[in-house]
Structures are given as C-alpha cells and as structure tokens.
Design a protein around this ligand. Structure first.
Ligand SMILES: NC(=O)c1ccc[n+]([C@@H]2O[C@H](COP(=O)([O-])OP(=O)(O)OC[C@H]3O[C@@H](n4cnc5c(N)ncnc54)[C@H](O)[C@@H]3O)[C@@H](O)[C@H]2O)c1
Length: 359
C-alpha cells in the first residue's frame, strides 16, 4: 500500500481538475483535495441536487468553479489550455440509472463524448497530465456472477446507464491505443462498486431515499430488498483514485489500465441489511415498505467485483467494516438534519477519521 504521506506529498500544491465536483463523489473528492492543500478547479454542468454539497462545503469561495456541459469541446479545450491541470479526476456523468431511461441520448453523450472530450482536450497540453477516468462497476455485462467481475470480464449493459459506461470504457481504451505514444497523457479507468455515504442527495438511490423519508416521517419504498451490491463508503474508492494518480505519475505500466474498486466479493450485502442497520442506529425511526409496483430498471440481483488487481498493483483495499460505514452515514445525516451550519467541519472530521484507517 502506498504510504498516505507519499500520496499526499505528491498531490500537495498540484493543480487538480475535478469534473462533477458538484455531485456526491466529486464534492467529497474536491473537499479532500482542498484539505490536502491542492489547487482545485471544478467543472460541472449544474448543481444537481438541493441540498447541495457545493454550497455546504463552501466551494464558491474555496476553489475555482466552471459551469458548462462537457459535451462542449471548444469550451473545454479553452478551460484546459488556460488552467493546465497536473491531474484530472473525471467524475462528471449522468449517473442515475432511472434517469437514463428518461434521457437516454443525454446519458450516452455525457458519459461517452464527455469522457473522450476530457482526454482529447488534455492530450493537446504540452505537459504531462494524469487522468483518472471514473466509469462504474455497471460497465460489466451482468450474468449474476457470484465470484465477482475482474477487469477482463465482458463489458456490456442491459440499461442505458450501464451501456454508456461500458461504451466509455471501450472508447477510452481505443483512445489509449490510438494516441498514447504521441502525447504526455497518462490515464487509467476506475470501476467502483456502489458508493454510499453522507452527502448523497440524488434521487432513486437507497441511502438518500431512506434518509429523506425518515426526515419526513414517511415510509421509504424499496424495490429489490434482496439485491446484492458491492457497497462501500464514498471515501474508499476516492482513496483508490488518489492512489492511482500517484502511481500513474511514475509507473509506466499503469498507463491505459483499468481497476476495480470494491469490497471483497465475499463481503457483499443486501439492500435489506443496509436498511436494517440504519434502522437499528435510528431507534426504529426508519420504516419501509416493499413497493411491488415500482418500476425496476432491468436491475440485476447480484453485482460483485473482484478488486485483486487494485490490491496487487496499487496496494488498495477497503478499510471500513459494515458497521463503521453505516455509523458514518447515519452520523452525517443526523448532523445535517440537526445543524447544517457545522456540516463542513463534520465532513472534514469524517475524512480525518478515514485517514487514520489508511495510515
Ligand atoms: N454513486 C455511485 O454509487 C457510483 C458508483 C459507481 C460509479 N459512479 C460514477 O462516479 C461518478 C460520480 O458519481 P456521483 O454519484 O457523484 O454522481 P452525481 O449524479 O452525484 O454527480 C454528477 C456530476 O456530474 C455533473 N455532470 C453530469 N453530466 C455532465 C455533463 N454533461 N457535463 C458536465 N458535468 C456533468 C453534474 O453536474 C454533477 O456534478 C460518475 O461517473 C458515476 O457514474 C458512481
């Protein structure tokens, strides 16, 4: 495992672009990079949710923010040529499965063309640039496999979101083989499992749905209570991305690779187990109902990842156990609902807590 002090030393004072910094994962990543002492720039098309971590983490005054659609290549080229980032973490995407049924074309364009625009715009920089391209565990063609997909498993998707992420993977790989010898870009793709944590306000996602319903005193409607997913706390894959950028800076054999980031496939949990754990922590204030009528979007029952490659090549593995994850989540939302004004310090403290786990 890369020593955290070496990863931090590498990142400190670097100019780092985070795309999707107004979203759930991107906002935590930008907050973490600011804490490390990086010069952070964000590009997002909007503030996707209300409440918004962008506002609560005070990004307006702490970093430079651009708001435009990554489909706009000429604008992106101008920004990248002006800012000349050392590292790019590309997280911007249409990331909601249900939304991909409503807006299939936008999902495909954002997730594929958006990614290729990032690589193309950064490849014209005349300096070394490292990119970690975030796709998803949903890029694998799902065959309800119990032992976990490896990076060699077949790509594909039965819904548009999954298909767009599989397509992004294929195109990023084509980009590598077509242009890697001609430019100073070093990049890998990151396929993380289902990410949960405080500060997610998206629609049709398990944790925010539970927490919103609890706050309103309503029952949360659950569709597939027995679905198994590679759940992990948001800080876990983010540390994987930081580690990947560090190794990409000096290990040539990482260029063009893909990495899974998820918990051991022997430790996957069902939706109902997350619900019950949060329910226990909340003194039964969380109530739920199985909603048989709710649309199920071609969702698979089992999704497991094999992250041995990240373990071997990056020394990365998840550090938090199931109990710690649910406590971190529960504490975050309870803090938010009781005193929003302190959520920034509270979030930084959760990063401090996680740092102790990776030391
Ligand atoms: N949340 C998860 O469980 C999970 C799991 C695996 C992979 N991922 C991937 O991680 C990344 C971040 O996910 P998230 O949950 O934080 O997403 P999110 O929905 O919370 O945020 C999406 C972000 O992307 C931006 N964005 C969307 N389309 C854009 C476009 N065309 N141009 C510019 N900006 C655009 C939004 O403004 C927002 O900042 C995504 O690539 C997602 O597919 C997420």
């Amino acid at each position: 495992m890369a020593k955290i002090k070496n990863v931090y030393k590498f990142l400190k004072n670097k100019k780092i672009l985070v795309t999707g910094h107004t979203g759930f994962k991107g906002s935590w990543l930008a907050l973490w990079l600011l804490k490390i002492g990086c010069n952070v720039i964000g590009i997002s098309k909007d503030l996707p949710t209300e409440p918004s971590n962008y506002n609560h983490f005070q990004f307006k005054k702490k970093m430079k923010n651009y708001f435009f659609n990554l489909k706009n290549l000429s604008k992106l080229k101008k920004v990248i040529s002006k800012e000349k980032p050392d590292i790019i973490f590309h997280l911007a995407a249409q990331a909601i499965v249900s939304e991909s049924y409503k807006n299939p074309v936008d999902t495909i364009q954002s997730n594929t063309i958006g990614s290729i625009n990032i690589l193309h715009a950064s490849s014209i920089l005349k300096k070394k640039c490292i990119c970690v391209m975030i796709t998803s565990d949903k890029c694998y063609y799902n065959i309800e496999k119990n032992s976990g997909y490896t990076e060699e498993s077949k790509l594909g998707g039965k819904d548009i979101y999954s298909g767009s992420k599989a397509a992004a993977e294929i195109l990023i790989n084509s980009f590598f083989h077509s242009f890697s010898k001609k430019n100073k870009l070093h990049f890998c793709t990151a396929r993380a499992g289902n990410v949960i944590g405080g500060g997610d306000w998206s629609i049709n996602r398990l944790v925010p749905d539970i927490m919103r319903a609890q706050k309103k005193g309503k029952k949360v409607l659950i569709k597939n209570s027995h679905s198994i997913r590679p759940w992990q706390h948001v800080l876990e894959p983010l540390y994987g991305y930081l580690t990947a950028s560090y190794y990409l800076s000096f290990k040539k054999n990482l260029n063009g690779q893909s990495f899974n980031f998820g918990p051991s496939y022997k430790k996957s949990y069902k939706v109902i187990e997350i619900l019950n754990a949060l329910k226990d922590l909340n003194g039964n204030k969380i109530r739920f109902k199985i909603d048989k009528k709710r649309k199920v979007y071609n969702e698979t029952k089992i999704l497991k990842l094999n992250s041995e490659k990240a373990s071997k090549m990056l020394g990365w593995k998840t550090r938090l156990n199931f109990n710690e994850i649910t406590v971190l989540i529960n504490d975050w939302y309870n803090q938010f609902f009781s005193n929003q004004s302190e959520i920034l310090d509270f979030s930084v403290n959760q990063i401090n807590y996680y740092e102790k786990k990776i030391r």
